[in-house]
Ligand binder design. Sequence first.
Ligand SMILES: [Zn+2]
Ligand SMILES: [Zn+2]
Length: 243
Amino acid sequence: MKLKFLGTGAADWAAPDASGEYRRLTSTLLDNSLLIDVTGPALDMLPDGAEVTDVFFTHSHRDHFDPEALRALAPCRVWAHESWADEISGDGLTVTPLKVGEPVRAAGFTLTPLPSNHSTEREYETTLHYLIDKDSVRLLYATDGAWLLNYEYRFIRRLQLDAAVFDATIGDGHDGDYRVFEHNSLPMLRIMTSTLKRTGILKPDAPVFLTHMARTLHPSQAELEKAATPPFVVCFDGLEAEI
Ligand SMILES: [Zn+2]
Ligand SMILES: [Zn+2]
């Protein structure tokens, strides 16, 4: 399974920062055909030859769901939780509502929607993570959301993951930040990852990709990479990985 991180930033990235670093809003491409979340800036990073047939949304926040960018990808299939899927429309878009725990097949993948600890202004919305399977490779895609909900943990606890992608909105040195109830911090990720490794859910050599970094809550990419030890991989826009 080939991952390409088109955008790796949280909602506060509108433009390059003072040092010239830039993260587009978070969006990830799998095997050149399946996109998780879509925003205008991230579309610039689509590789030549990508043929997006399916777009899965984690939730409706504007840094993940950009209706105009989505329409630019039509015709394609669109997948979102049933609580808000009927709000998505456009010429050439075929929208399928998702239910938690019920796997669907798309573009050769099997995706199981799992609930995440996150929320939007749509109070009725269930926000999602995805368990993604293809050709005996299994990925947990877990952004946005703080920790894993107990439902999600119970769902994956008898499985083995080849890799995980996590919301890493908050960096080190931000103890007391209010966002810990909706996003992860690096200290939270170290705790969670060590449990996932020790319980065998994450395979011993499974990488943990960090994405959705907030502009105001992290140092530069170079400093972040220096501080990150395996299994963490600090994503940047355009990073490609094979798992
Ligand atoms: Zn976000
Ligand atoms: Zn969000």
